[in-house]
Design a protein around this ligand. Sequence first.
Ligand code: AKB
Length: 318
Amino acid sequence: MKNVLVIGSTGQIGSELTMKLRSIYSGDIVAGYIKGAEPRGELAESGPSMEVDITNARQIAEAVDRYHVDTIYNLAALLSAVAENKPLLAWHIGIDGLLNVLEVAREKKCAVFTPSSIGSFGPTAPKDGTPQDTIQQPKTVYGITKVTGELLSNYYNLKYGVDTRSVRFPGLISYVTPPGGGTTDYAVDIYYSAVRGEEFVCPIAPGTFMDMMYMPDALRAAIEIMEADPSKLRHRNSFNIAAMSFDPEIIASKIREHLPEFEMRYEVDPLRQGIAESWPNKLDDTCARMEWGWKPEYDLEMMTIDMLDKLSRRLSKP
Ligand code: AKB
């Protein structure tokens, strides 16, 4: 049995992870939400939910006490492009919020998962086969919060024994809840345009490669790292994980194999393009594979078939 608090349960990852955790564990999986982003439908009906704003330590502690929480999934964050326009808020949520979570976890003995990102690397890291342990000098405030979060999480583990663990997520692609304000969002939006029969206007230039992953693999990674045998973990915060790497031309041609009429043109967004160019092309995830058996299931072909199928059904519903 596990009692879990998911902070940010109505976001892109949280909405699916909360449901997945409820399908696996017999305890209470609490959907933590902020005002204005309350859970709806299945998410609201299938388990407990509670207002838990990550910037409010008291709310986190109350949820942990009320539901005897042993594990916190901390998914609150502003994504990279939005964070560049709201750097102070990005820091407040990403770092002040993380410290609230870590302090509650220290006092109440909870394990903590906090995602990091490919955005924790900057232009000085090797671009191809970016190693697990290498220089991390991000140029974005998002990346700065991710590196700081990795270091703080390791600090709480070493100093206080808090069971902190993390993975560096690539761009995540899903047909359920759209992302908001990321640099990799185009790889989700492109499927919506394709299924709607619309031309896609791509904000990222051809030749710009980034790591991407289908949501079922990302959910599995978040659960498997928390289930991993701690004696096997040489790293904790955070593991490189990878599944596929492509540029806009490659994903567009893959979609055209299934929808030959699909059209795309470019209107490059300088903010997102600048961020994308500062990120790696492809991470090396050998350590995650060796230390806890990480292995992705979906490649671009499998993901495209599933996305087109699931999205067509979703979008055809009245
Ligand atoms: C973003 O684009 O900001 C995120 C990420 C890769 O961390 N999807």
